[in-house]
Design a protein around this ligand. Structure first.
Ligand code: GLY
Ligand code: MN
Ligand code: MN
Length: 440
C-alpha cells in the first residue's frame, strides 16, 4: 500500500502500476497517445518549465490541461489543448492532463499526470500508452502518474513548500472558478499555513516574447496564409457563394504548407462583411461587392491572422477606393508607432485619429489588435510597453451595414527594437497591388 509520502519517495513511475501492466505490448512509435511533444522536442518544453520554476522560486504550481469537449454523438469533436499547458508540455493529445511544478524540491520538481486509461473508449477513439519508460521518453517527464495521484502528490508537496502559485488566467466572476484555485482551496483547508499567490502575470509575460523557433513556425503559417489570400483574389468569380470562396482559400492554405486553420475563416461579401466575425457561407458574390476575408493558416499549432478586403469585380469604385484608402492610412499610422517599448494604446490612438479627422470614428467598432501565438488571441498584457519579440496584429476597419460593406486590413508584425517586421508579407495590400493581382 502506498502512503502519500511513499508515493513521492518511490523511485519509479511504475510504482502505481498494477502488477503485470508493464509487460503489455506497447503501440509502436507513431501510434497511441501521448504521441510525444509538439511541435518541438521534449527538451524545449523542459527548459520552459525550468524558466517558469526559476521565476516562481518556491512553492508549488498546478496547471490543468483542457478537458475533452462534451459530446453526445457518435464521434468526438476535435480536442484543442489549453495554450499554457501546450506551451509548457507540448502534449496536445491527452484531454484532462495535469502538470505539477515544485521548484524547491531537491530532485523531482515536475510531475505529469495523465487521466486513467479507458480500454473500452480506446477501442473507439485512440489507444493510449500505459505508464512506463516509453511514456517518459515521449513526454520528457521522469515522473508520469495518473490523475488519481493529484491529491496525494499536491498535498505532500504543499506540506513542504507552502505557497500555492496561481498561474492564471484570472477568470471573470461569472465564469466557473478555475480548477487550480479550487484545488488550492481544498489544500488550504487541510494544510495549515498555505497561502495562494497571484502569479498570473508570469506565463503571459514569458509566452508573449516568442522564441526564434516559434517565429519560424509563424513565418511558415504566414507564408501559407499568403497563398490562400492570393488564391482568393485570383480565383474569385461573381456568382460564387462565400462558402465556395472559403473552400478555395483553405485549400490554398494547405497547398502552401498550412497544417491547420488558425481560427474559423470569415468570408463575407457585401453587407455580410459588416458583421465583424461573420459566420455564414451562403451569401452570393455580386459584381459591385467588396469581399472581406479574415482567415489564416496555422503551422505547428502557431496561428497567423490576416484580413484582406477586395472588390469582387477586381476594380474598386471611387467610393470604395476612398474608404479603403482611409483604412489603409489608419493601419499605416498605427504601424508608424510600432516598436519595442511602445504602448499599444498609442498605436490605437494613431489609427483612431485618422478616422476622427475623416469624421468616421463611429464606423470603427472594435479594438485595433491583439497578440498572436499559439492562440490567435494570444496571452500578454497590452497595457504594458510592447516587448521585442512579441507578435501583434494591426487591424483597423470601417463597417457600414446600411451601405452594404465592411473593410478591414489586418497583418501580423514581429515587434523589434528598431520597429517591426511584417510576418504576413506578400499579400497584396495597396489598391494598386490588389487590382494588379486581380487583373485577368
Ligand atoms: N481573426 C479574428 C481577429 O482578427 O481577431
Ligand atoms: Mn485579429
Ligand atoms: Mn483576423
Amino acid at each position: 500500500m502506498l502512503s502519500r509520502r511513499s508515493l513521492l519517495a518511490s523511485g519509479a513511475a511504475t510504482a502505481l502500476l498494477p502488477r503485470g501492466l508493464a509487460a503489455q505490448v506497447l503501440p509502436p512509435e507513431g501510434f497511441g497517445t501521448p504521441a510525444g511533444t509538439f511541435p518541438f522536442a521534449p527538451e524545449v518544453f523542459r527548459e520552459r518549465r525550468r524558466k517558469l520554476m526559476d521565476a516562481i522560486g518556491d512553492g508549488i504550481a498546478v496547471v490543468y490541461g483542457a478537458e475533452r469537449p462534451a459530446f453526445d454523438g457518435p464521434v468526438s469533436p476535435p480536442f484543442t489543448q489549453d495554450g499554457d499547458f501546450a506551451w509548457l508540455t507540448g502534449i496536445v493529445d491527452e484531454p484532462g492532463a495535469i502538470l505539477i511544478l515544485a521548484p524547491v524540491e531537491r530532485t523531482v520538481r515536475e510531475y505529469l499526470l495523465l487521466p486513467p486509461r479507458e480500454p473500452e473508449a480506446e477501442r473507439w477513439e485512440v489507444e493510449r500508452l500505459p505508464l512506463g519508460a516509453d511514456i517518459q521518453r515521449r513526454t520528457g517527464f521522469a515522473k508520469v502518474f495518473r490523475t488519481s495521484a493529484l491529491g496525494p502528490i499536491a498535498t505532500t508537496l504543499a506540506e513542504r513548500s507552502k505557497t500555492l502559485h496561481f498561474l492564471g488566467p484570472i477568470a471573470s466572476i461569472t465564469a466557473p472558478v478555475p480548477k487550480a484555485l479550487e484545488l488550492y482551496g481544498q489544500i488550504a483547508a487541510r494544510v495549515p499555513g498555505t497561502s495562494i499567490d497571484d502569479s498570473s502575470q508570469i506565463l503571459p509575460a514569458m509566452r508573449c516574447v516568442k522564441e526564434p523557433r516559434e517565429i519560424e513556425q509563424m513565418r511558415k503559417a504566414a507564408a501559407a496564409t499568403a497563398r490562400g489570400h492570393i488564391a482568393a483574389m485570383k480565383q474569385v468569380r461573381t456568382g460564387w457563394t462565400e462558402g465556395q470562396l472559403q473552400d478555395a482559400v483553405e485549400a490554398a492554405f494547405r497547398e502552401g504548407g498550412g497544417t491547420g486553420l488558425a481560427y474559423g475563416s470569415i468570408v463575407g461579401t457585401g453587407r455580410n462583411a459588416a458583421s465583424l466575425h461573420y459566420t455564414g457561407r451562403t451569401g452570393v458574390i455580386a459584381p459591385g461587392d467588396l469581399i472581406l476575408i479574415d482567415a489564416a493558416a496555422s503551422v505547428g499549432g502557431y496561428a497567423c491572422d490576416v484580413t484582406r478586403t477586395f472588390p469582387a469585380s477586381g476594380k474598386f469604385t471611387p467610393k470604395q477606393r476612398d474608404d479603403y484608402a482611409l483604412v489603409l492610412a489608419a493601419h499605416e499610422a498605427a504601424l508608424a508607432k510600432l516598436k519595442a517599448g511602445a504602448y499599444f494604446e498609442d498605436l490605437s490612438e494613431a489609427a483612431k485619429d485618422v478616422f476622427r479627422k475623416a469624421g468616421r470614428i463611429d464606423d470603427f467598432t472594435h479594438g485595433l489588435g491583439h497578440f498572436v501565438g499559439l492562440d490567435v488571441h494570444d496571452v500578454g498584457d497590452l497595457s504594458k510597453p510592447l516587448p521585442a519579440g512579441a507578435v501583434i496584429t494591426i487591424e483597423p476597419g470601417l463597417y457600414v451595414q446600411a451601405a452594404n460593406y465592411g473593410i478591414r486590413i489586418e497583418d501580423i508584425y514581429l515587434v523589434t527594437s528598431a520597429g517591426a517586421e511584417q510576418l504576413s508579407e506578400g499579400v497584396p495590400r495597396t489598391i494598386a497591388e490588389i487590382e494588379a493581382a486581380m487583373a485577368r
